[in-house]
Write a protein that binds this ligand. Structure first.
Ligand code: ADP
Ligand code: MG
Ligand code: MG
Length: 887
């Protein structure tokens, strides 16, 4: 019999490592156990393991007798510790039933508070607490939450009933409701539940308990949890643990409170306690944005110019206890902690701690600061920062010099800047983004159902909710800019219009958000490029000290090359020459070349292109100043360059002197059924050698000119695409070498160069040993290698890849993160066979995967020499490469 239930609190200690293993008891359960073992005040409870959840979900939603027995025994532990019994009418124990997966999924799964209340126990609670109002307030909370989470009744019905009750009595805040008011409302709630359910609200506390456990297990497979998992790459087979814990009450009057806190500022990384709290309230009040929470510290309250007292001022003793806990937990976990607490009649209770989510900026600052404080070492600091999160910092920010038409300000809930068209609901956000718009999602407050719209949007603006509201937490996690609690925003959903302050706006109008200071502006505001300064620069330097692989960039314009160098690129891994062909000034020469009848016609057109290409390469070599540059010769199917529509054909007819009919016939002849597998890549060079000749000439002439002018070495690496056989490369290498010698002779200048190939066909990987006889380097073109190995077209896969990921067929989109199991084998094999033939063969990767941390880890393990990523991903790749080397 495996233990599936673990108790915590009440002074018990366990030596079973499973109890503190997040994969078994979930993050919440493991940390509650740990907190209570280091002596912090944690209400006693127990955790049902994630394994039990997985079993439950796989085996048809049934509880075993064994589980029931273990739960009964663990409940006994809570009852003995607290000295109260679940369902005891004279002195009832109340519990919370809380979800808790391996990693936190804010708001995605369910929790029920105040469980154990019914018509009999509510009287006992009133008697023992001496506070009738509190007892009935707790009961109405329980009925609403249990009905929503377990019974599936729309919570709007209860909210409406509460609003009407308050209106009838002329009350404004929930805290003004008296015992009798709540009593009346409970009667109403029960009849709502009965009407919806067709039977009375469950009074049996054991039924309540198992109902809640079941609901938490089931919530793992809710739609919103699935969407969240897909967005965050969380596997579907982890399951959630269930925590059942004795209730402590923040709603027992003015000496009671509840709150959430961070040991450092999660938005900026500042070493200052940060949090929000509410007097006389229960946990969900803070996060749900129903009441506007108060500041935790005096300094924060004063900085915000707010009136309601901070916890530091209103409850100095409980606050002092809390501050001690902050210090202790940071030292214990060596990381910033995100904490949930409740104060019951002056006494502090800890309800949760975890390493807090943070913005990229805060992650960098905390990592560098904590290393400085000696809390962690340099290696840990490097490993602490999620490389993908850096993406947030690598985008343009608002130009401080630009003019701002500020409509209002809210809370700076998640940093960054965003401009886009106003949309008022999540589905609209998704639809508009699908048709290519940038949008700002504007809501009164967000809920977990909005997550797909938040993901689609550039930024999020809410009228209600604090810095720890759902919108704020989720936006920070996603790296979306968010301004919350902008109370000057009022929305009319029917008319699909909104007012911000005195200004009338409508869905579709453009808005700009500044997540750094909370400003909301009309129209679009100019932006500036990011730079690697401050903590970012420091951490990058540390990363560079620890990485083995070089990081190059995929770039073909001097501007991109310049940007990539600023971001630390150490060369070009992929310069796609065809991008230069699309330029408006040259496309007609390209078309003339393609549509020419014979070699002579092609050579005439190529002669026009040569000086253009040479100029391109010159400017790239100049920017890259001595760094290696891998230039790929023409790759795509030729018909991609053909004219579209009659106007373009006519224009081309004028330039070339061919008739439109002739051109259309030639274009028709170039049609291919499956162009990705057609006349492209090195097949172009084999059939039309004059094309590759021109490109090679342009490269070497440019290299010689720059070498002469600058006196510095220039290092071209000529890359032949889509090779499947050694013979293809042998022929084309001979061509490149011949052109090189001609240019060197003509210019009386010589540069060092390499000729190599992309490995992007399964056959090339298999034949890598033979191909390496002619290749001085391999660059893994993993985009095409993935397409050709899986037999999946990247451009057509969107329709089925999401369901494939949902069903667990692929762990992640294989075009985003390398399919290590499958495609990875080919990469490994090719690397080995290539090295066996040519010991010093240079190996790199230039697909999209070169900027993906998991794929970079694989490249490190395979011993590649470099990865190549798009310019904005270069810092991500530098950090990921360092982490890979350290792991
Ligand atoms: P989530 O994972 O959504 O944060 P939790 O299980 O942490 O859900 O519960 C949400 C809030 O409910 C907590 O922050 C806390 O304020 C309150 N809560 C949970 N359990 C208890 C308890 N035993 N006593 C008092 N409040 C509780
Ligand atoms: Mg929580
Ligand atoms: Mg390719």
């Amino acid at each position: 019999m495996t233990q599936t239930v673990y108790t915590f609190g009440g002074g018990v200690k366990t030596d079973d490592p499973r109890a503190k293993d997040k994969t078994i008891t979930g993050g919440k359960g493991a940390n509650l156990t740990e907190m209570s073992e280091i002596g912090l005040p944690v209400p006693p409870g127990f955790t049902i393991t994630t394994e039990e959840c997985v079993r439950y979900l796989n085996e048809g939603a049934d509880f075993s007798d064994d589980l029931r027995a273990q739960v009964r025994e663990a409940l006994g532990h809570i009852e003995a510790t607290v000295g109260k019994t679940l369902g005891d009418a004279s002195d009832p124990l109340l519990v919370s039933v809380r979800s808790g997966a391996r990693v936190s999924m804010p708001g995605m799964m369910d929790t029920v508070l105040n469980l154990g209340l019914n018509d009999a126990t509510v009287a006992g609670l009133a008697a023992t607490s001496g506070d009738e109002r509190f007892a009935w307030d707790s009961y109405r909370r329980f009925i609403q939450m249990y009905s929503d989470v377990v019974l599936g009744i729309d919570h709007g019905l209860f909210e409406e009933a509460l609003e009407i009750a308050k209106e009838d009595k002329g009350l404004y805040a929930d805290t003004e409701m008296e015992a009798d008011d709540w009593k009346e409302l409970v009667a109403e709630y029960k009849s709502i539940a009965e009407e919806e359910l067709g039977r009375p609200f469950p009074q049996d506390v054991t039924e309540q308990l198992w109902g809640a456990i079941k609901a938490v297990f089931d919530s793992w497979d809710s739609d919103r949890a699935k969407v969240y998992r897909r967005l965050n790459d969380i596997p579907g087979d982890w399951g959630t643990a269930v925590n059942v814990q004795a209730m402590v009450f923040g709603n027992m009057g003015d000496s009671s409170a509840t709150g959430v806190a961070f040991t450092r500022d999660p938005a900026t990384g500042e070493k200052a306690y940060y949090g929000e709290w509410l007097v006389n309230a229960q946990g969900e009040d803070v996060v749900a944005g129903i009441r506007t929470p108060q500041y935790l510290t005096k300094a924060a309250r004063e900085a915000a110019n707010a009136k309601p007292l901070s916890m530091e001022e209103a409850m100095p003793e409980a606050y002092a206890q809390l501050a001690d806990v902050f210090e202790l937990l940071e030292k214990h976990y060596c990381d910033m902690q995100d904490i949930e607490f409740t104060v019951q009649q002056g006494k502090l209770w800890m309800l949760q701690t975890r390493s807090g989510k943070r913005t990229a900026k805060a992650a960098l600052k905390m990592a560098v600061d904590m290393a400085g404080e000696g809390l962690i070492d340099e290696k840990t600091a490097i490993l602490r920062v999620d490389p993908m999160a850096l993406d947030q910092l690598l985008h343009p920010t608002l130009d401080p010099e630009a003019k701002r038409d500020v409509l209002t300000s809210g809370l700076p809930a998640s940093p960054g800047a965003a401009s886009g068209k106003i949309v008022l609901d999540a589905d609209t956000a998704e639809n508009w983004v699908a048709r290519g718009e940038k949008v700002i999602l504007v809501r009164v407050e967000t809920s977990p159902e909005d997550i797909h719209g938040m993901h689609a949007a550039q930024g999020i603006l809410t009228a209600r909710g604090g810095m720890t509201s759902h919108a704020a937490v989720v936006a920070r996690g996603m790296g979306r800019c968010c301004v919350s609690g902008a109370s000057a925003v009022s929305i009319d959903m029917k008319a699909r219009t909104l007012k911000i302050g005195s200004r009338d706006l409508k869905e579709g109008d453009t808005l700009t958000l500044d997540g750094g200071n909370g400003q909301v502006m009309a129209g679009e505001v100019a932006t500036i490029e990011p730079e690697l300064a401050g903590d970012f620069g420091v951490l990058m330097e540390w990363a560079d000290r620890h990485r083995r692989m070089k990081v190059r960039t995929n770039a073909e314009t001097p501007a991109d090359c310049q940007m990539a160098r600023q971001f630390g690129a150490e060369g070009i891994g992929l310069c796609r020459t065809e991008h230069m062909f699309f330029d408006a000034a040259r496309i007609s020469a390209v078309r003339q070349m393609i549509l020419a009848e014979d070699e002579k016609g092609r050579r005439e057109a190529l002669a026009k292109l040569l000086p253009e290409q040479r100029a391109d390469f010159k400017s790239i070599f100049e920017v890259m100043a001595g760094l290696p540059c891998t230039i790929r010769l023409l790759d795509p199917p030729l018909h991609e360059f053909l004219p579209h529509g009659d106007a373009e054909f006519e224009e081309l007819a004028n330039v070339t002197g061919y008739g439109v009919d002739h051109l259309k016939r030639r274009a028709g002849e170039l049609h291919e059924f499956n162009p990705m597998l057609g006349h492209r890549g090195c097949r172009l060079g084999i059939t039309f050698p004059e094309i590759y000749e021109m490109q090679a000439r342009a490269i070497f002439e440019a290299a010689c000119e720059v070498a002469k002018e600058s006196g510095e070495p220039v290092v071209p690496e000529v890359m032949i695409p889509l090779v499947a056989t050694g013979r293809e490369l042998e022929l084309l290498k001979a061509l490149v070498d011949r052109v090189a010698q001609e240019v060197f002779a003509d210019t009386a200048c010589e540069v060092e160069y390499l000729v190599g190939t992309m490995i992007e066909l399964p056959r090339a990987a298999l034949m890598a040993g033979e191909i390496a006889e002619h290749a001085m380097f391999f660059s893994f073109g993993t985009n095409d290698l993935t397409q050709t190995t899986l037999g999946v077209s990247r451009d057509d896969s969107a329709r089925f890849l999401a369901p494939y990921v949902d069903k667990g067929i692929f762990a992640r989109d294989p075009f985003v993160s390398l399919d290590i199991e499958g495609v990875g084998q080919l990469v490994q094999m090719a690397a080995e066979r290539g090295r066996a033939t040519r010991g010093d063969i240079k190996l790199g990767i230039c697909g999209e995967h070169g900027g993906d941390p998991a794929s970079i880890q694989f490249c490190e393990e395979t011993g590649l020499d470099y990865v190549s990523a798009s310019p904005y991903r270069v810092p991500i790749a530098r950090l990921a490469a360092a982490q890979a080397a350290l792991r």
